[in-house]
Design a protein. Structure first.
Length: 328
């Protein structure tokens, strides 16, 4: 806090920002149950539901069903897939326990065990469907893991498109050799280093898996830590966490997932596309200097570069064709 020239106390900018954020957080928390179209998430039996989506836990510690807009995107249960001494670990009966709820979230755990390992997953599903998962795999004695992966088997028609982050800037990307971070899933599949977020889906629905860190990972090939493999009617997203690993204590990793869409589509969303434009010189311009000013056509958008912009324009392009009519 400081004093203005007239002697009146003045909050400094940082403190004022913190006060506003706290007030906003309290306001949102108090009214979360009334934010349309979302409602409070619920857990009934082995199903966790929120607006437009349901996550079922019938046969796995991770979802056996991920239903969004009345359609299951999974081809089978999401697995904690462990291999010990050349044999895939077979988990026993899955136990699900509700741990509490409020207007904004539900909390629950799942667990299962085998003769060599046990696994526990602690979940928190928010009102918008975003779900945090804390996975713990504990050995019974010292165990040599051949591999430990998190595997999402998706129906191929529900995983025709992809987006991941991070990706290099467009001007640094090796176009002839590297694929961009969005597009159609190649028939040959994809091999990636660890990425913070990976979305797979189609024009109507999908799922995003994300994590802040791969700190507890030790994959056989760091450049193939994340793979996407289409085969027959299934596209498999595999997170290759561990390979040839001696497990003498609990292994822990936190990640999240969310089925999309998280709220109703705009009625014209199939014909309204988003694009970001840049210009020559953007890659070498300092942060406070832009390439020459340029204004897009008013018929499509009205966007101008100015002296303090990053040299990019964002615009919505209306009246476009419906992407669902294209053959991929």
């Amino acid at each position: 806090m400081g004093l203005a020239e007239d002697g009146i106390p003045v909050l400094d900018c940082k403190l004022w920002t913190e006060v506003v954020l706290i007030m906003l957080a309290v306001s949102v928390s108090a009214s979360a149950d009334g934010i349309s179209p979302w409602t409070s998430p619920q857990i009934k039996g082995r199903t966790v539901s929120c607006w437009g989506r349901a996550y079922g836990f019938e046969s796995s510690v991770l979802p056996s069903r991920i239903v969004t807009q009345r359609e299951n995107v999974l081809a089978g249960p999401v697995e904690v897939a462990a291999v010990v001494d050349g044999r895939k670990v077979k988990w026993g009966r899955v136990v699900l326990k509700p741990m509490g709820s409020d207007a904004e979230s539900v909390r629950y755990t799942t667990g299962a065990s085998s003769d060599r390992l046990s696994v526990e997953c602690r979940f928190q599903t928010e009102f918008d469907g975003v779900t945090r998962v804390d996975v713990t795999v504990t050995p019974k004695g010292r165990v040599k893991l051949d591999s430990l992966d998190i595997v999402f088997p998706l129906r191929r028609e529900c995983a025709s498109l992809f987006h991941h982050y991070p990706a290099g800037p467009v001007y640094q990307w090796d176009w002839p050799k590297k694929q961009m971070n969005s597009g159609a899933v190649p028939s040959a599949g994809m091999k990636l280093p660890f990425v913070f977020a990976m979305w797979l889906g189609n024009d109507d629905r999908g799922i995003q898996v994300f994590s802040e860190s791969d700190e507890s990972w030790s994959p056989a090939d760091p450049e193939s830590a994340v793979t996407v493999a289409p085969a027959g009617r299934v596209t498999t997203l595999r997170l290759n966490a561990l390979a040839e690993h001696n497990l003498s204590a609990s292994w822990k990793w936190s990640f999240g997932f969310v089925a999309t869409p998280v709220k109703p589509f705009w009625t014209a969303h199939y014909k309204t596309h988003y694009c970001q434009d840049g210009g020559y010189g953007e890659e070498t311009s300092p942060g406070d200097v832009s390439p020459p000013a340029w204004t897009t056509s008013k018929r499509r958008a009205s966007t101008t570069w100015d002296a303090t912009s990053s040299g990019r324009t964002n615009r919505a392009c209306r009246g476009q064709s419906d992407p669902r009519t294209f053959d991929r």
